[in-house]
Design a protein around this ligand. Structure first.
Ligand SMILES: Cc1cc2nc3c(=O)[nH]c(=O)nc-3n(C[C@H](O)[C@H](O)[C@H](O)COP(=O)(O)O)c2cc1C
Length: 463
């Protein structure tokens, strides 16, 4: 059988993920695996119709497709995203429809779930027969259990192809009827009180609602507002995954385009960030994705900590749970306060005016009060993945993060570094093993657990 491997790594043949697929190809040499480096070659594929047609024809002729990709900023690389957009823009979904498919990524398991949800959703949109998502850690190939799991994935995928196994759709289609938003007059702009704000909108052609919403927000805010079209930010290329930035947060593109200067001087110096963009397939545009990928020159350091943020989207946001998780997770891990997400799917100009006005009021109040909210599992869990890996196996490569985490006290959150926890576990835990103490503790557990909280309630309002 002929299997096309859509390689989503900007590193092409040097992709670590691709080695997992090559490993399977070697074990199953009776089948023909061919890798297409669609992320690395995106410029050619996008600009040269013959290159695009050749790529699609290979897919059309194949029996199955494997999506092989590294995790990039909780999703796939911006170039891979662009390739996916081209499939829909150029109407070649039929080359994929009905084909068996599976997805394999490598990562450090930081939001690998959202990337796989995304690819699975795309496969469902393309009418493919999705067999399995496989998400090993980037070092799993080097241990026996990891290789056994990989071999199992390969066997299951090929068996599905050979037996014509039934597959089930997971994501319902998302349809959307665009409409034209004409904003009404703004009555009382909100005073930003000296808080620097950037409104960054993706002014792509054909998305007039984005510009209208951006303008409405600009008119709703009084103070220093920088109004920037993402299409005019000088981004020459996507992140190439070289990790040059790991040592000192210096990117190889420094001085070669305007992105880093823009990010440092506009994004990092603002107090309030308002990002606007249209939903494309099941995420924002590839342009936005490249914007996020390139911000990786700051590696895993939360350089936007304490800022207040909002997203304003055009498209069916309420039916994009994965996108919701991505935006919230992004903000929480960056330690940014996500004040709200508004989308034009509300459908009427009056309602959209009201939502945008409310957003302007909320974000102004939140920034002025410096209000914070607790993170959910997304932020808490995500940060622990980073903390452990930067302290551990990634320290040598990401030395800038290690220095930043030490400065920010991130490693102090290790439980073994907390005096109270150490005392509790050293003395409290053995004490509770003594039978009478254990009996007393178990009997009065419910009352004892809530007692400190009740005492706080009693003291509420005292200071
Ligand atoms: C810019 C950038 C962003 C990344 N984002 C993530 C991420 O969000 N989650 C994750 O688990 N790993 C992330 N990684 C790690 C890569 O996914 C991982 O190293 C992968 O194995 C690289 O595969 P490749 O060699 O096939 O490109 C990122 C790496 C880079 C360079």
């Amino acid at each position: 059988m002929k299997i096309i491997v859509l390689n989503g790594s900007p590193k092409g043949d040097n992709s670590g993920t691709l080695q997992y697929v090559n490993y399977l190809a070697k074990l199953h040499s009776q089948h023909q695996f061919e890798a297409l480096h669609v992320a690395q070659r995106i410029r050619r594929i996008e600009q040269d119709p013959a290159a695009f047609a050749e790529t699609i024809e290979k897919i059309r002729q194949a029996d199955a497709v494997i999506w092989s990709f590294p995790l990039y900023y909780m999703l796939v690389h911006g170039h891979y995203k662009r390739f996916i957009e081209l499939i829909f823009e150029r109407g070649v979904q039929d080359a994929f429809a009905g084909k068996y498919t599976a997805a394999i990524s490598t990562s450090i398991h930081f939001f690998d779930n959202t990337a796989h949800n995304y690819i699975h959703g795309i496969c469902d949109d393309l009418g493919m027969r999705f067999v399995e998502s496989f998400s090993p850690d980037m070092s799993d190939l080097f241990n026996l259990e990891g290789r056994k799991q990989l071999e199992g994935f390969g066997r299951r995928f090929l068996a599905a192809l050979e037996t014509g196994a039934p597959t089930q759709r997971k994501y319902a289609p998302v349809t959307w009827q665009p409409w034209s938003y004409q904003p009404g007059p703004v009555n009382s702009p909100k005073d930003l009180g000296g808080k620097k704000t950037v409104i960054l909108y993706d002014g792509e052609p054909g998305q007039a609602n984005i510009l209208s919403m951006a303008q409405r927000l600009r008119d709703s805010l009084k103070g220093e507002v920088r109004f920037v079209n993402l299409r005019e930010v000088d981004i020459k290329a996507g992140c190439q995954g070289c990790i040059h930035c790991g040592m000192d947060n210096e990117c190889v593109f420094e001085g070669k385009d305007g992105y880093i200067e823009f990010y440092r001087s506009t994004i990092m110096t603002s107090d309030v960030l308002i990002y606007l963009g249209a939903i494309h397939d099941r995420y924002l545009s590839a342009r936005w994705k490249t914007f996020f990928d390139r911000s990786f020159f700051n590696t895993h350091t939360p350089v936007l900590r304490g800022k207040h943020m909002a997203f304003v989207l055009s498209g069916p946001f309420s039916r994009q749970e994965n996108l919701h998780e991505l935006l919230q997770g992004y903000a929480e891990v960056m330690d940014i306060q996500l004040v709200g997400v508004v989308s034009d799917e509300v459908g009427s100009p009056v309602d959209l005016d009201a939502l945008l006005d409310q957003l302007a009021a909320n974000i102004t109040a939140a920034a002025l009060e410096k209000s914070t909210r607790p993170a959910t599992f997304l932020g808490v869990g995500g940060m622990k993945v980073f903390r452990d890996d930067i302290w551990g196996r990634l320290r040598a490569v990401f030395q800038a993060d290690y220095r930043a985490y030490r400065r920010l006290g991130t490693f102090k959150t290790f439980p073994q570094r907390q005096f109270g926890v150490v005392m509790l576990n050293t003395f409290g835990a053995p004490l509770l093993r003594i039978p009478p103490v254990k009996r007393w503790f178990q009997k009065s557990m419910i009352k004892n657990m809530v007692m400190p909280a009740k005492q706080m309630v009693e003291r509420a309002g005292a200071n």
